[in-house]
Design a protein around this ligand. Structure first.
Ligand SMILES: Nc1ncnc2c1ncn2[C@@H]1O[C@H](COP(=O)(O)OP(=O)(O)OP(=O)(O)O)[C@@H](O)[C@H]1O
Length: 688
């Protein structure tokens, strides 16, 4: 490339990055969306207290630091004389004046970004970060909605956008071969580490463009102290400290020059006060006060209108979840960038950015700087983490917590065990109050949620029983089920399934534990679906059908945010064959290349027959599953077959419907034939 070409290329790049985007116009949504909290806030109550947002401060350096990064990288590129001209077809025609989006709401703003500058800015960011010498401008870094669930078009806020590093089918960075030649080994190594961790990075909170959204973003700057929201159960037993918890840290050499004179915030006094107030007698007779004494009229999740504080909380909670230091709040016309400092639990928020009028710094250059900052920060922290090995929690629990936990253990040792102890499930079946803790990833419930039973244990009680126990003013520890959610198993349309440890104390003080699965639903429709699923299990239990999860109860959150279905763990789905090659060959699990990735054949007739027998029993009980696919068929290591996920099931189907369902199962297991997801039945209207 000649010097002249390089000069032209540099000018072209500069001119593009200095362009002012057109003004955004979006059609009105009908009916208008509401600016309110989405359902995830229930999970936010359980975020680790040390990762909680405690302060907001406005920092004028944020924009300069981020723009400075873009300038530094662009200068390096120019000095090395490496880059080529950005092909004209990479640069969109920017309409002057106004951009009229076709879609209303958040999608209108997304369309505006995509059509006007996202693609070229992402190409420029990719090139600067990963392959500065490449003769072409590769398309690798992607900005998109991170989760596949449906956008709730009734809401004017969606916090699920971020950057994405696409992996190939073998989980390698999907960077074109041609560009890879210009990518250093270290960069490829970093990219691989990023993809292995999670290919989604950064947090963008998108608001539907409107006057209300603009007002909200404009008012996000008042420095303030923020008290984390937590569940309100008091005097609960604390969990012993886990030595395996990873504690995310800030990069030791951050890319921003933020100062925080106030240092780390004071520890929260809430827990201590509640413990002191009630003067607990530690042990099984201590008084645990539920979060509410009365059931709410409806347990359906209620949306709260967004305030500047709740919007910040929302973006920050999402950043904790994706472990990203940068949160962007944007409504297409106005934006603010916030940087989360973990050490001081502070969000540093930038000045207001006017998307179509910002020239100092220019908006598009700022975008490029933003991508660089998100990627560089994540890589820096990943490198530090891997060189330090797994981080351990440095947090020390307060004495009362450990005393309580010790007391819990001591009873186990001190007391004489009955010769044949009752199982945890039998004991739990008699208890109506559940303390639920989240303990995985960034969740470490500062206080447990209070749940009361609304459906009996179908294994140990009369399945037809329908009682709603009243909520007591307080419970002793031996009246509670302690449920600790330890990981997320899967996310579906009804809710999130978790693995959990159910712990109970028997009257004689003996502690019993059982691994279970807890499916949680938050919004009104999924809650109705989960209640419906419970009713299906009730029918199956009254016919003593084997080969379906045992259900230990349906519980309701007293603070109104969730319904929880507790059931047995049915091992692995045949949709994800067992890790062990021996088991795989014993079961005869084979992936079928001709079908979509879920297609799977079971060549061992013995196991196929077990699934057929279970389905026949389900049908004989008057239930049609209605969602037979590999993900919902489970085989445990001893070869027992199970059907799970009855939220689409219906009662009393016709004989023809049962025969059709049987044919689907035969086609699936014998020929790996599974038409496609589109063939799934529509959801059955809830039966209650
Ligand atoms: N009892 C169980 N034992 C083992 N794994 C389970 C159990 N229940 C659920 N899972 C896991 O959790 C995932 C999601 O659960 P489930 O399919 O019941 O949720 P859903 O919200 O009803 O999903 P869908 O949208 O498929 O109806 C399942 O694919 C399975 O991997």
């Amino acid at each position: 490339m000649t010097t002249i070409d390089q000069e032209v290329a540099a000018q072209q790049l500069n001119a593009f990055l200095s362009r002012k985007p057109p003004r955004l116009w979006v059609p009105r949504s009908e009916p208008p969306e509401i600016l309110a909290y989405p359902s995830r806030s229930w999970y936010d109550l359980h975020l680790d207290e040390d990762l909680a947002l405690r302060r907001l401060t406005s920092s004028p350096v944020v924009l300069n630091d981020i723009d400075g990064l873009a300038v530094r990288y662009l200068d390096e590129l120019r000095e090395n004389g490496l880059h080529s001209r950005l092909p004209e077809d990479y640069l969109p025609e920017v309409p002057s004046g106004e951009y009229r989006a076709d879609k209303p709401g958040i999608l209108g703003a997304v369309e505006y970004f995509q059509e006007n500058f996202l693609r070229p800015c992402l190409r420029i960011g990719t090139c600067l970060l990963f392959c500065p010498g490449a003769p072409t401008w590769p398309f690798f870094l992607i900005w998109r909605r991170v989760l596949n669930d449906d956008l709730d078009d009734g809401l004017a806020v969606d916090e699920k956008y971020g950057l994405y590093l696409p992996p190939t089918s073998s989980n390698r960075p999907d960077l074109l071969e041609a560009s890879r030649a210009y990518t250093s080994k270290q960069v490829m190594h970093d990219l691989q580490a990023l993809i292995d961790r999670s290919p989604n990075i950064g947090t963008w909170v998108m608001l539907a463009p409107s006057k209300e959204s603009e007002d909200l973003i404009s008012s996000l700057h008042e420095p303030q102290a923020i008290t984390p929201k937590v569940c309100r159960t008091t005097n609960f037993p604390h969990l012993p400290v886990s030595s395996e918890r990873r504690r995310p840290r800030d990069a030791s050499e951050p890319m921003w020059s933020l100062t925080d004179s106030e240092g780390p915030p004071e520890p929260l006094k809430r827990n201590l006060r509640s413990v002191d107030m009630l003067k607990p007698s530690v042990g099984p007779k201590s008084r645990i006060v539920p979060a509410a004494f009365r059931r709410r009229r409806s347990t359906a999740f209620e949306y709260e209108n967004l305030t500047p504080e709740s919007l910040l909380r929302l973006g920050w909670a999402r950043a904790v979840e994706t472990d990203s230091s940068i949160v962007v709040f944007s409504c297409g016309t106005l934006e603010r960038i916030a940087i989360w400092r973990r050490d001081t639990q502070t969000l540093h928020i930038s000045e207001l950015i006017k998307v179509s009028a910002s020239d100092s710094p220019p908006y598009l250059r700022l975008q490029v700087g933003l991508y660089i900052a998100v990627v560089k920060d994540t890589i820096a922290r990943l490198r530090e983490e891997s060189s330090a090995g797994l981080r351990r929690s440095s947090r020390k629990r307060k004495a009362p917590e450990d005393v309580s936990a010790r007391a819990f253990k001591r009873q186990k040792v001190d007391n004489k065990k009955p010769t044949k102890p009752e199982s945890a499930i039998t004991i739990a079946g008699r208890k109506d109050f559940m303390l639920l803790y989240l303990r995985y990833g960034m969740y470490d419930s500062p206080a447990p949620a209070s749940f009361v039973r609304i459906g009996p244990c179908l294994k140990t009680s009369d399945p037809t029983k329908n009682e709603r126990p009243s909520v007591k003013r307080h419970y002793s520890e031996d009246q509670c089920i302690r449920m600790i959610l330890t990981s997320q198993l899967g996310l579906g349309a009804t809710g999130v399934a978790h693995t959990a440890s159910l712990q109970v104390v028997h009257n004689d003080g003996a502690e019993q534990t059982q691994e279970v699965v807890v499916k949680i639903a938050l919004l009104p429709e999924p809650q109705a679906q989960l209640r419906h699923e419970f009713e299906i299990y009730r029918r199956l239990a009254t016919h003593a059908v084997q080969g379906v999860p045992e259900v230990y109860g349906l519980f309701e959150d007293l603070e109104g945010g969730a319904i929880a279905l507790v059931m047995s763990h049915c091992s692995e789905s045949v949709g994800s064959p067992p890790d062990s090659p021996e088991l795989c060959s014993e079961f005869g699990c084979q992936r079928a290349a001709s079908t979509i990735s879920v297609g799977l054949q079971l060549s061992n007739t013995r196991y196929r027959k077990r699934f057929y027998a279970v389905l026949d029993d389900i049908h004989a009980a008057g239930v049609r599953h209605h969602d037979v696919r590999p993900e919902n068929l489970m085989l445990d290591p001893t070869g027992r077959a199970y059907f799970i996920d009855f939220d689409r099931a219906n009662l009393d189907p016709t004989d023809g419907a049962k025969r059709r369902e049987k044919r689907i199962l035969v086609g699936l297991l014998e020929r790996a034939h599974y038409p496609d997801y589109g063939m799934r039945s529509p959801r059955t209207p809830p039966s209650t």
